[in-house]
Design a protein around this ligand. Structure first.
Ligand SMILES: NC(=O)c1ccc[n+]([C@@H]2O[C@H](COP(=O)([O-])OP(=O)(O)OC[C@H]3O[C@@H](n4cnc5c(N)ncnc54)[C@H](OP(=O)(O)O)[C@@H]3O)[C@@H](O)[C@H]2O)c1
Length: 192
C-alpha cells in the first residue's frame, strides 16, 4: 500500500485523495495552514496547490522531499491574462520543479483531468484517463497501478519532457471551459 501526502485540500486535493483511497492507498491531505509545519509522512507527495504556491512548499520541505516521488498536477497559467503559461517557453512546471528538486523523482499527472471527472470517474461516456509523464518507470508504474485500483484509467504519456505537452493540453482545456465551450465536468477523453 502506497502512502501519499497531498498538499492541498481543495478541488483536486480532495478528488485525488478520493481516487487513491478508493484503490486502497493511504492518503493524508495537508491544509494551507498545515503546509509549513507538517512533517511529510507519505512515500509519495502530491502538490495539489496553485503553481505559485509550489516554490514555498518545495523550499520549505526540500530535505524531506529528497528520495521521494513528487507529483506535480499544476496548470501554470497566467491567471491575469488567461492567455499564456508562466513557465519558460519549451519547459514545463514539472521540469522547473525537477530542476529545483534534483534529489526527488518528479512526475506530471492529473493536470489534464478536471476534478469533477476524477470524482465521477467519467469524462462524457468514457472512463476518465489520467495521463502520467516522468523519467522514472517504476514511479510511473506505481502511480498508474494506484489510479487503476481507484477505478480510473491511467496512461504512461512518456518522459518528463512530455509534461510540456500535458501542460499545453491542460491549458487548452482550461481556456475551453473558461470560455464555456465545454463544461468543467467535461474535457478531453482518450480512446485507445
Ligand atoms: N480544479 C481542476 O479541475 C484542476 C484540474 C487540473 C489541474 N488543476 C491544478 O490543480 C491545482 C489545485 O487546483 P484546485 O482546483 O484544487 O485549487 P483549489 O480548490 O483552490 O485548492 C488549492 C489548495 O491549495 C492550498 N494552497 C494555496 N496556497 C497554498 C500555499 N502557499 N501553501 C499551501 N497550500 C496552499 C489551498 O488552501 P487555501 O484555500 O486554504 O488557501 C487549497 O487547499 C492547481 O495547480 C491547478 O492548476 C486543477
Amino acid at each position: 500500500m502506497t502512502t501519499y501526502t497531498i498538499f492541498g485540500t481543495g478541488n483536486m486535493g480532495t478528488a485525488i485523495s478520493g481516487v487513491l483511497s478508493k484503490g486502497g492507498a493511504s492518503t493524508d491531505n495537508l491544509s494551507h495552514g498545515e503546509a509549513t509545519t507538517a512533517t511529510i509522512e507519505g512515500e509519495v507527495v502530491i502538490l495539489a496547490v496553485p503553481y505559485p504556491a509550489v516554490d514555498e512548499i518545495i523550499t520549505r520541505h526540500r530535505e524531506a522531499l529528497a528520495g521521494k516521488t513528487v507529483i506535480d498536477i499544476t496548470n501554470p497559467l497566467n491567471f491575469d491574462t488567461f492567455d499564456e503559461l508562466v513557465v519558460p517557453a519549451g519547459s514545463s512546471a514539472a521540469a522547473e520543479i525537477q530542476g529545483k528538486l534534483p534529489d526527488s523523482t518528479v512526475l506530471k499527472a492529473f493536470n489534464t483531468t478536471f476534478a469533477a471527472t476524477l470524482n465521477s470517474g467519467k469524462t462524457g461516456d468514457l472512463t476518465t484517463t489520467v495521463l502520467v509523464a516522468g523519467d522514472d518507470e517504476a514511479a510511473k508504474s506505481a502511480l498508474i497501478t494506484d489510479i487503476n485500483a481507484g477505478g480510473l484509467d491511467a496512461l504512461d504519456a512518456g518522459s518528463l519532457k512530455r509534461a510540456h505537452e500535458l501542460e499545453a493540453l491542460g491549458f487548452l482545456q482550461l481556456t475551453l471551459a473558461g470560455a464555456e465551450k465545454i463544461s468543467w465536468s467535461g474535457g478531453f477523453g482518450l480512446v485507445k
